[in-house]
Design a protein around this ligand. Sequence first.
Ligand SMILES: C[S@@+](CC[C@H](N)C(=O)[O-])C[C@H]1O[C@@H](n2cnc3c(N)ncnc32)[C@H](O)[C@@H]1O
Length: 260
Amino acid sequence: MDYLALNQAAWNERTKTHVGSKFYDVPGFLAGNSSLNEIELSALDVQGKSLLHLQCHFGLDTLSWARNGAEVTGIDLSPVAIKQAQQLAQQTEISAQFACCDVYSTADVLQRQFDLVYTSYGAICWLPDLDKWAGVIAKSLKSGGQFYMVEFHPVEAMLEGYSYFEQQHADVEQEGTYTENASDEKHTMVTWPHSLADVIMALLNAGLKLESFNEFDFSPYNCFENMVNGAEIGESAQRYYLLHNNKPIPLCFSILATKP
Ligand SMILES: C[S@@+](CC[C@H](N)C(=O)[O-])C[C@H]1O[C@@H](n2cnc3c(N)ncnc32)[C@H](O)[C@@H]1O
């Protein structure tokens, strides 16, 4: 099974839908809004730093980091997404580099090191081998550089029916997409579950030093069924919760690590 070809084709189609969605709100971004959320914004000061964004989709977050003062580079597997990111950079006159490649080829393709490597929401499930991923991160960081990730929590995926622990085989499914304007069209997508221990150990085994690890009982995205908006329970309207047995479950986690 050529998982890269399948996922690339699916993400090309998803991107075409996402660009016109309210969920991604491209007009808002063009008007000056940031697509970044409170979790990552409160964790990182990117001013004056070179930032590599792995799996940057069509570049909204990458370009938002540039608006916050970073010198940005984004990579993604989807040529449709990268072309769109380049167009948005041109339209907004934001200086940014984008490259289309598999995350595992990033260090070979870019041939440079960064102050900060960043990846976010919905990235690692597309990767079969986290040791290889962590190796790319370590190779792409300058000595003293930081790695930051914020991801959907594997407990949420487990409650949706996925394995919590690593498994021999990939999950191969026919999937639509998560934006409100999705059509009925489905694409074959290939994903792998990764436990928190596997993520952390991959980074430690690649030589990174763990600085902080956080778990969040909310997500900034209303992209699962039956989410409760924070405004309904006296919290921020930018937060969405999922209750299990009437109690909030972990929806996101973040990791900050450094390269010694
Ligand atoms: C859910 S999106 C990530 C969105 C991200 N939070 C952002 O900045 O907008 C997942 C992205 O991973 C990319 N992707 C999937 N497999 C990849 C791979 N092997 N190498 C590079 N990018 C990959 C997809 O093309 C897609 O754009």
